[in-house]
Design a protein around this ligand. Sequence first.
Ligand code: ZN
Length: 206
Amino acid sequence: MKINDHVYRLDSTKSSNCFLVFDEELVLIDTGHAFVGKRMLKEIQEMNIAPTDIKHILLTHHDIDHIGNVRWLQEITGATVWAHEEDIPYITGTKDRPGFKKYIGKLAAKKYIKDIEPYGSNMKVGNIQIIYTPGHTPGHVCMLYNDVLFAGDLVEHKRNKLTPFPNAWNWDTQKLQQSIDSLKNTEYEWVCMAHGKPCQQRITID
Ligand SMILES: [Zn+2]
């Protein structure tokens, strides 16, 4: 799905959306469920992109439906992988995920990677602004690229509505709501969340 000339949702990753951003360097946002890996690579190649064209992989957070192909993609692209420092220990396997995610996380043990760069505070990767939005996980981030907001699991898009991510999956729902609130003055046209179809709506809490 083409969002604009510079941003594409990889349609093979609908179960947990991943996005390509044609910034000065090519950027992949999130890596989807492990089971979409091969299809995702095929889709990328059908766009006449070589895996090694991808220079950065930006992770919104540590959940396994977002890091499912990170290890494999790091190997075949040689890209720099980035995540927030609060979430990095779950991706490298040095910390167990909190609550029931501990057990789901164990299933992803083979995906642990060692080399991840932490986002600095108020940081940009190329022209993509990283916005710290904790709540769904301790180190969840959103990203802003021109008028496109990549929202990760801050919200989901269901039945034409953007709603805060459901409580049961959140590390701290109150913090998630504060993070949503912190975006109220941010200007954007598109919201590209991981779960649901990218849309032109504002994120609100009601
Ligand atoms: Zn998710």
